[in-house]
Write a protein that binds this ligand. Structure first.
Ligand SMILES: [Zn+2]
Length: 462
């Protein structure tokens, strides 16, 4: 019993100022990381099953019982892994998520083999070193460490490594698990990708935690016309109808507004920013529309933070050089704030287009989820730990413009927080791109961060 009480405080003491894990833990994480990166799990050409199986084998070797390890998925090539580390059950489980598929990478596009794990000049190179195999490797290494150290959490710790986040589609592991094996991943909340540490000029400036994300809706604008010979033009022209509609859209901006997440973000930015918009950031967080306007004008990212956006991304139309067009169509891609509904966006577009010749229809799937609540316990644990490991670095809640698997979990009622503690140069993010890499120190510091964070969130007493 004594050991149980002594152990946590020892761990906390050793964590202060100590950002590097002990050597054997580093070795283990690096080994797993290497193995995962070298498995070719490209979204379209690869399989995730070898990743799930490799991890299952490691966990079994580390003493996890077969009944706590699940391997399965939508099709044989796209398996997911779910592993459970049992706690006292005093609180509901925590889910640690990472995806195991990667964006395709071709040898000829890279300066090295993308599926060979290489350490060079202080970086680990390889497809997935950033997105998302670092987090996957760290979850597994830390889970094995908890077991070896005899850590007794007050909730189950579930690690889920899932298929097909990139591009989603029919084999997406999170959607499949929610639909078929929700019991395996049901949790009070989840930690996932989506938020990392930001560096500028070699200096750490913030540790981001992603609390919500915009969702995507595509609309097809379509005008049909009887057409005719181009030598006899008439005013009623499909291309002109569409062009006018898009012109009105280009001049329109959805209302600027904030929500609890973006308010906290703007407030944190106010503390970091030194330029001319500094005071506007605080005023925008306080609800000033004029300040929001200036902030939105200062950067496309801030504009996208403060409003739903809809933009034309593709057009098609006409069938011959010498014929009046019978069809003109455009795709309009909307990134919608979580609090705005699809119906609201659609009716707003109708109003802006203001032309009943222009038909408006949703194209493809819409999956929107609510923002995760700003859970005090999670945010406090993240900012405390960030302050301990990297003194002076603020924790910044963010809403991202893209989409992660967190969307599906949030929609299913499992609040999800994107946090990694891997620091990256904000002007050199190579996810999905060539020569993807992760700084060696960032990887191991993230390992420490996530090890301590999960402990703090699953420890009885506070
Ligand atoms: Zn990812």
């Amino acid at each position: 019993m004594l050991r149980l009480f002594v152990l946590p405080s020892l761990v906390v003491v050793s964590a202060i100022g100590q950002t590097m894990p002990p050597e054997p833990e580093r070795q283990l994480a690096r080994e797993i990381y290497t193995e995962l990166v070298e498995i070719k799990s490209g979204y379209t050409t690869g399989a995730t099953t070898p990743v799930a199986e490799a991890v299952a084998a490691r966990l079994k070797a580390a003493g996890f019982s077969a009944s706590d390890i699940f391997v399965g998925g939508a099709i044989p090539a796209k398996a997911n892994l779910v592993a459970r580390y049992h706690g006292s059950g005093r609180r509901r489980p925590i889910l640690l998520l990472a995806h195991t598929d990667v964006v395709e990478a071709r040898r000829e596009d890279w300066s090295m083999d993308p599926f060979q794990f290489i350490e060079r000049d202080g970086y680990f190179y390889g497809r997935g070193t950033g997105d998302d195999k670092a987090q996957a490797a760290v979850w597994v290494a830390n889970l094995i460490r908890y077991k070896r150290e005899g850590f007794k959490p007050d909730r189950d710790i579930i690690v889920a490594l899932t298929a097909d986040e990139e591009g989603g589609g029919p084999y997406n592991g999170v959607q499949w698990l929610l639909k078929n094996r929700r019991d395996l991943i049901d949790a009070e909340f989840a930690l996932n990708e989506g938020g990392w540490g930001e560096m500028a000029g070699g200096k750490k400036i913030s540790n981001d935690i992603q609390v919500s994300e915009k969702y995507v809706v595509n609309f097809r604008l379509e005008v049909r016309n009887k057409g005719g010979h181009s030598s006899l033009p008439v005013a009623d022209n499909a291309i002109y109808h569409l062009a006018s509609a898009l012109d009105r859209l280009s001049k329109f901006g959805f209302p600027l507004k904030t929500n609890p997440v973006t308010r906290a973000y703007l407030d944190a930015m106010f503390k970091i920013e030194t330029g001319p918009v500094k005071d506007d950031l605080r005023a925008a967080a306080g609800g000033s529309t004029e300040a929001m306007q200036r902030v939105a004008q200062a950067s496309p990212a801030w504009n996208a933070t403060l409003r739903t956006t809809c933009v034309a991304t593709q057009i098609e139309g006409g069938h011959a050089r010498n014929a009046l067009p019978q069809l003109a169509a455009a795709n309009v891609n909307c990134r919608v704030l979580p609090e705005d509904s699809v119906e609201y966006v659609e009716s707003t577009l109708h109003r802006v287009i203001a032309d009943d010749q222009v038909n408006l229809a949703i194209a493809g799937e819409v999956s929107n989820g609510p923002a995760s609540p700003m859970r005090e316990d999670v945010l406090r644990a993240v900012s405390r730990l960030t302050g301990t490991l990297w003194p002076g670095v603020p924790t910044v809640p963010i809403m991202v413009m893209g989409a992660t698997d967190g969307l599906y979990l949030r929609a299913a009622g499992i609040p999800t927080y994107g946090v990694q503690g891997f620091f990256m140069d904000r002007d050199d993010i190579r996810f999905h791109g060539r020569d993807e890499r992760m700084a060696v120190t960032s990887f191991f510091e993230g390992q420490t961060f996530l090890y301590e964070l999960v402990k703090a969130l699953s420890k009885t007493g506070d």
